[in-house]
Design a protein around this ligand. Structure first.
Ligand code: NAI
Length: 255
């Protein structure tokens, strides 16, 4: 049976890499993104684009999410895996974060996990099977200065992952999250596009990650693919660190 995989934020970065990985390995991919053209571009990189589905979906909007899931069910009739990947970043301290900015970050990064999961759960519960993989962040566990809303949203993702694992594990649905380190994507590049410039900042990230390099979307996509499959059948409620050792270090190595 061919699995049906919904990946949010599949138009760029980690979501794009994840869509390509699942498609290459024989699954049907639903590339959901607020930017439909970007989602279509991702699928154009697969060997059989017409087997997959690109959908415009704003993951922070309930009716948009419900419409996306209804379209997926109308076409494929099942949903095996949901990857809650779409996210946005604003680097500001709390007192400079406006209420609309706070709401936009929380709704996109955490509200989306609620909305998309709530929309697919009736189907997964009826199937008595499913896997939900949320994308957290090192900021879920430790942090740097000036990233209040993002850190709060990603802390919430880990808490909600645990909760969903408790509530649905016995019913055949495994919920886990992945904690990526610094991954070379549009999000990281736009966050560091100041000061020393992007290439110098990327080199800086490579130095502070004990593995000695910045991650690529495929580094995370492969972990997501494993978590979604039978080899991870006993993994539930976990936060899998795929961060090049970032959270393992107390201070960066000096040599
Ligand atoms: P990216 O900016 O390259 O891609 C994000 C995608 O999400 C874009 O295609 C964008 O159009 C889409 N998107 C944004 N808002 C949306 C909405 N409301 N509805 C639907 N789609 C929307 O970002 P990247 O780096 O690939 O990030 C993916 C996830 O990984 C995010 O949750 C991010 O917080 C997380 N992450 C990324 C890290 C990194 O270093 N790049 C590190 C740790 C976590």
């Amino acid at each position: 049976m061919t699995r049906v995989i919904i990946i949010t934020g599949a138009g760029s970065g980690i979501g794009q890499g994840t869509a390509l990985t699942f498609a290459e390995r024989g699954d049907w991919v639903v590339a959901a993104d607020i930017d439909l053209t970007a989602a279509q571009r991702t699928l154009a990189g697969t060997t059989q684009p017409s087997a997959h589905m690109a959908v415009r979906c704003d993951v922070s909007d309930e009716s948009s999410v419900q419409k996306m899931v209804a379209n997926v069910l109308a076409r494929y009739g099942r949903i095996d895996v949901l990857v809650n990947n779409a996210g946005i970043l604003i680097s500001k301290p709390l007192h400079l974060t406006s209420w609309p900015e706070w709401q936009r970050i929380l709704n996109t990064n955490l509200g989306s996990v609620y909305l998309c999961s709530a929309a697919v759960l009736p189907t997964m519960l009826a199937q008595k099977a499913g896997a939900i993989i949320n994308i957290a962040s090192p900021h879920s566990f430790a942090t740097t200065t000036n990233i209040a809303a993002y850190a709060a949203s990603k802390g919430g993702v880990v808490a909600l992952t645990r909760q969903m694992a408790m509530d649905y594990g016995r019913l055949g649905i495994r919920t886990n999250c992945v904690v990526p380190g610094a991954i070379d994507t549009a999000m990281l590049r736009s966050d560091i596009a100041h000061g020393d410039g992007v290439e110098a900042s990327l080199a800086g990230w490579a130095r502070v990650q004990p593995i000695g390099r910045v991650g690529q979307p495929a580094d995370i996509a492969h972990v997501i693919h494993w978590l979604a499959g039978p080899d991870a059948a006993f993994v539930l409620g976990a936060a899998i660190h795929a961060d090049g050792g970032m959270l393992a270090q107390l201070t960066p190595a000096t040599d």
